[in-house]
Design a protein around this ligand. Structure first.
Ligand code: E4P
Length: 214
C-alpha cells in the first residue's frame, strides 16, 4: 500500500520523508493557503523533497481554464499530477489531459458513481473524501469498498487514493479493503506509529537495563 502525505507544510513532508513513509504528496487550495506561501514556491520545494507523484490542484471551473493551468503546472516538474474537481468540466479536462499524457487526480469524490465516471474519463487517480462523509453521518469507508469492487469488476486501472483521512482506523480499513493509496495528514502518520504498550515496554527495558551488572 502506498502512503501519500496530505499537506503543503514542507517541514511535515521532510519529517515524514525521513521516516521512509512518503510515496507521494497531495495538496489542495486550502492546504496551500494554510502554508502562507506562494503556490508555485511550495510545489517547487515539495518536488525537490519527494520523488513521487505530487498533486497540485487547478482552481478554474471551466475545462479550458483547467487545461491552461494544467499545462503550466506540469512545466514545474515531471512528477506533477494535475488535481481536477469532480464536475462535468473536470471530467472533460481529465479526458483531454489523459489524451495529452498528463496524469490527473480527480478530487472531491463522494459517491462510487463519481469514481466510476472519473475512471472512465481516464483519471490516473480518484480521491474519495471519506472523512467529510463521516462528518455528515454517511459511511465514508463504505464508498471505498464499493469503488474497489467496481474497479476490480471492470479492470479499471485508476488508483484509489483514500482522502480526507482523519484517524488510524481509516488507514487500517483502507488497507484491509485494498485501496491503492491513503493520503494521510502528518499527525495521523505519527499516531499510526505509536502504541502505549510500545512506550511502556521501552520504559521497562530501560529500567531493567539499570540492573544489569556494569
Ligand atoms: C485530498 O486530496 C485532500 O487534500 C484532503 O484529503 C482533504 O481532507 P480534509 O477533508 O481533511 O480537508
Amino acid at each position: 500500500m502506498k502512503f501519500f502525505i496530505d499537506t503543503a507544510d514542507v517541514r511535515e513532508i521532510r519529517e515524514a520523508h525521513e521516516l521512509g513513509l512518503v510515496d507521494g504528496v497531495t495538496t489542495n487550495p486550502s492546504l496551500i493557503a494554510k502554508s502562507g506561501r506562494r503556490f508555485e514556491d511550495v510545489i517547487k520545494e515539495i518536488v525537490s523533497i519527494v520523488d513521487g507523484p505530487i498533486s497540485a490542484e487547478v482552481v478554474s471551473l471551466d475545462c479550458a481554464g483547467m487545461l491552461e493551468e494544467a499545462k503550466e503546472l506540469v512545466k514545474i516538474h515531471q512528477n506533477i499530477v494535475v488535481k481536477v474537481p469532480m464536475t462535468p468540466e473536470g471530467l472533460k479536462a481529465t479526458n483531454a489531459l489523459t489524451a495529452l499524457g498528463i496524469k490527473t487526480n480527480v478530487t472531491l469524490i463522494f459517491t462510487p458513481m463519481q469514481a466510476l465516471l472519473a475512471a472512465k474519463a481516464g483519471a490516473t487517480y480518484v480521491s474519495p473524501f471519506i472523512g467529510r462523509l463521516d462528518d455528515i453521518s454517511q459511511d465514508g469507508m463504505g464508498i471505498i469498498e464499493d469503488i474497489r469492487t467496481i474497479f476490480d469488476n471492470y479492470g479499471y486501472m485508476s488508483e484509489i487514493i483514500v482522502a480526507s483521512v482523519r484517524n488510524p482506523i481509516h488507514v487500517l480499513n483502507s488497507a484491509l479493503i485494498g485501496a491503492d493509496i491513503a493520503t494521510i495528514p502528518y499527525s495521523v502518520m505519527i499516531q499510526l506509529a505509536k502504541h502505549p504498550l510500545t512506550d511502556a515496554g521501552i520504559k521497562k527495558f530501560l529500567e531493567d537495563w539499570e540492573n544489569v551488572p556494569k
